[in-house]
Ligand binder design. Structure first.
Ligand SMILES: [Zn+2]
Length: 374
C-alpha cells in the first residue's frame, strides 16, 4: 500500500530534530575541567577589588604628611575606579577577566555575592566555602580545630580516588590546615609556619627562611613563602585538586596598615600572572583547569571601620567571586542577576568536574547556574 510521502517526511524530520537535540544536550553536559584550583584572599574587600585605592581610607591611615605624597598614592591612585583597579591588579583586570574569566560581586553593577553565615569572620567563612553549609551553631571561633563537617576537598578525593598529595592545600594561616578537613590527613596540607619538605635546595632554603623572616603575627607567615611552596608542589606532584589560601591582607587591615593591604593585593596579582603562565605551559592543566577565586568575608565600608569585620558590621557579609574555566563562557564583570551565596561554592566546584555535591551534603547551596549557561 502506498503511503503519503509528506507525513512520512515530516515524521523523519521530527525524529532527526529530536536526535539532534539529544546530541546537543549530551555535548553541553560534557565538561573539559579535570583539575580544580581554589584560591582565597583573606578579607579582601569588594571595594578594592572593583574600585582600587580608596582615598578616604588612605587619608584616615596616613600618619605622616599628606596622603598625596605617599608612595601608595603615587603607585595606585588614578581618577576613575576602573583605572584604579587596573593599577592595583593589572593582570587580573587585563588579560584574565577580559579574555578568560568573569567576576561577580560589584554592587555598582547590581551584582551581589554574600555569606550565608552571620558571623563574618574567618573560620565560619572558610567552612562555608569548603563545606557548602553555614553552621553558626558549630563554628563560633577561629580556634585551631578540625572542621566539624566533611569538606568538599575530602569529597573530591574520595569520589576521584586520589592520593593524598593530589588534593593539597597551602595556606599562610595555620588554622586553614585543619579547616580543610574533617579527618586528619585526608588532605595534604602546609599551613602557617611549617617546614615544607622538597628535594629542590632552593625550596629547602626558603622553607628555613620562613622562620627567620617573621610577620608581626604568630599564626600567619608571609604569603610569598606559601606561594613558592604551592608552586613547587604543583610542579612536582601535579595535584588534581589544589587550594591556595593567602592571608596577609586581613592581618595588615587589622593593623590599619592600608598601604600594606594594597601592596599585598598587588602582590597577589603578580602571583596570579605567574600561576596562569605556568598552567598555560603545562599539558595537564592548560584548557583543563577551573580556577575559583574568592574571599572569606568582607569588612566595614567606611574609613571608621574598614579595618574590621564581625557580626555587627553589615557590609562584611558582602564578598566577591571570580571564575576562570574552560567550561564557563562568561567574561568580565557580572551585571545584575540573582545574588550568589558563598555556600554555593562547594557544589559549583563539584559541578565543574561533573560530580554532585549534594551526595555528601544535601543541605549545601546549589551550583551557581549562571556560570554554566551557554
Ligand atoms: Zn580578620
Amino acid at each position: 500500500m502506498m503511503t503519503n510521502p509528506i507525513p512520512q517526511l515530516a515524521k523523519r524530520l521530527a525524529y532527526l530534530t529530536a536526535a539532534l537535540v539529544l546530541l546537543d544536550c549530551g555535548l553541553a553536559a560534557e565538561r573539559k575541567t579535570e583539575n580544580l584550583i581554589l584560591i582565597t584572599l583573606d578579607g579582601v574587600r569588594y571595594q578594592e577589588l572593583f574600585g582600587g585605592l580608596d582615598l578616604e581610607i588612605l587619608k584616615a591611615t596616613t600618619t605622616d604628611g599628606k596622603p598625596e605624597d605617599t608612595k601608595t598614592y603615587k603607585r595606585f591612585w588614578a581618577e576613575t575606579p576602573v583605572q584604579r583597579r587596573k593599577k592595583l591588579m593589572p593582570f587580573f583586570w587585563g588579560e584574565w577577566m577580559h579574555r578568560h574569566g568573569s567576576v561577580a560581586g560589584n554592587p555598582q553593577k547590581g551584582s551581589v555575592v554574600r555569606l550565608a553565615n552571620r558571623l563574618h569572620f574567618s573560620y565560619p567563612g572558610y567552612s562555608e566555602i569548603l563545606t557548602g553549609h553555614a553552621r553558626d551553631d558549630l563554628i563560633k571561633s577561629n580556634d585551631k580545630v578540625l572542621n566539624p563537617n566533611p569538606t568538599v576537598l575530602e569529597f573530591l578525593r574520595h569520589k576521584l580516588g586520589l592520593q593524598q598529595k593530589q588534593v593539597a592545600a597551602f595556606a599562610s594561616w595555620d588554622v586553614i590546615g585543619v579547616a580543610v578537613q574533617h579527618e586528619s590527613g585526608a588532605v595534604f596540607t602546609n599551613a602557617g609556619y611549617e617546614t615544607y619538605a622538597h628535594p629542590d635546595p632552593a625550596v629547602q632554603s626558603m622553607s628555613r627562611l620562613q622562620f627567620e623572616t617573621l610577620t608581626p603575627w604568630d599564626t600567619v607567615r608571609h604569603d610569598e613563602y606559601t606561594f613558592r611552596f604551592a608552586m613547587a608542589h604543583l610542579k612536582t606532584h601535579q595535584p588534581r585538586i589544589f587550594y591556595l589560601s593567602l592571608g596577609e591582607t586581613d592581618d595588615w587591615a587589622h593593623e590599619k596598615r592600608y598601604d600594606r593591604v594594597l601592596a599585598a593585593i598587588a602582590r597577589f596579582d603578580s602571583f596570579f600572572n605567574e600561576l596562569w603562565n605556568w598552567l598555560q605551559d603545562n599539558s595537564q592543566y592548560r584548557d583543563k583547569t577551573t580556577l575559583l577565586i574568592t574571599t572569606d568575608h568582607g569588612r566595614g565600608d567606611i574609613a571608621l571601620n574598614w579595618h574590621t569585620h564581625n557580626a555587627q558590621i553589615r557590609d562584611a557579609k558582602n564578598t566577591w567571586l571570580a571564575v576562570i574555566s574552560p567550561d564557563s563562557s562568561l567574561r568580565g564583570e557580572w551585571t545584575g542577576g540573582e545574588p550568589v551565596v558563598m555556600n554555593q561554592i562547594a557544589a559549583t566546584l563539584c559541578h565543574f568536574i561533573d560530580l554532585d555535591y549534594s551526595e555528601q551534603n544535601p543541605k549545601a547551596g546549589k551550583p551557581i547556574a549562571r556560570l554554566f549557561e551557554k
